[in-house]
Design a protein around this ligand. Structure first.
Ligand code: FES
Length: 126
């Protein structure tokens, strides 16, 4: 039997500052709703590694190495264009914009649609 989709209000747009997150209980799991680059994203709070609470992890921009023309390492810098979510159990990293696992972009977190109606933000759960 297929369960009907449920739309759950998770807050208002003005409550969602950039980088803000809300965890919504959903059956055996929770769903994390994030605001990233002004857009809303929602993922099941289950890591692809061993099921850890990935949506409760820290997030920060991708760190990249800075090298000169000869390949010599000059240091590191954050790349603000790619925010990463890091699972708190063992550190697997995900691209917060897409839910893709950074170690294998073919794999990704289970995502859910998020809609904005007026000032209200909803996640659609199935
Ligand atoms: S359960 Fe997420 S990194 Fe291991």
């Amino acid at each position: 039997m297929t369960q009907a989709a449920v739309r759950v209000r998770v807050g208002s747009v003005h409550e969602f500052a950039e980088g803000h997150r809300v965890l919504v209980p959903h059956g055996r799991y929770a769903v994390g709703v994030f605001r990233v680059d002004g857009e809303f994203r929602a993922y099941r709070n289950v890591c692809l590694h061993q099921g850890g609470p990935v949506c409760e992890g820290r997030y920060f921009p991708l760190m990249t190495a800075v090298v000169d023309a000869g390949g010599r390492a000059l240091g590191e810098r954050y790349d603000e264009s790619e925010p990463h979510l890091v699972c708190p159990w063992h550190g697997w990293e995900y691209d917060l914009r897409t839910g893709e696992f950074c170690g294998d972009r073919r794999r990704r977190l289970r995502s859910y649609p998020v809609t904005v109606e007026g000032e209200d933000v909803y996640v659609v759960l199935d």
